[in-house]
Design a protein around this ligand. Sequence first.
Ligand SMILES: [Zn+2]
Length: 152
Amino acid sequence: MYILDSSAFINEYHTDEPIASIPLVREELEDESAYRFDALEGSGMHMHIPEPETVERVERAADETGDLAELSQTDVRLIAAAFELDGRLVTDDYAMQNVSEKLSVAVEVIAQDGIDEQRDWRFQCQGCGREFDENHDRCPICGSNLSRKNPA
Ligand SMILES: [Zn+2]
C-alpha cells in the first residue's frame, strides 16, 4: 500500500501498487490535482483516518527528531496512516521523511528527474539557426523546420 501526500497528486505520481490517502490531503489540492485525487478515489484509492493514539505517537516522534514545528496536521496524519497501514509513504517533504524513518515507516521519494530533463530541451531552426525554448511547427522568423537540440 502506497500512501500519497499532496505533492504526489501535484506531481502526477504513478504506481501500480494499491494506494491510500487521507481526506485532509483533498482539502490542500486545487484544480487538476484535486480532479486527480477524485478520479483515483473513484477508482479505488483507500481513504484512511488514523487513530488519535497513532497521531500522538507520530507527534512524539516528531518532537524527538525536532521536526514537529515543520509538520502540518495533514503531514502528521499521513505519517500516522502509513504507520497503521504498514505502507510506504510517498512524499518529497524532508521533515516527513525524517519522522517516518524514526518510526520505521518506509518512504518513497518523488523523483522529479523527468521534469528537469524536459525543461532543458531547446529547438533550433534548420534554416536560420535561431534557437527557441518551445517547439513550433515552423520557424516564426523564416518558416523553416525546427529540430530538437540536445542540451550541451
Ligand atoms: Zn528560421
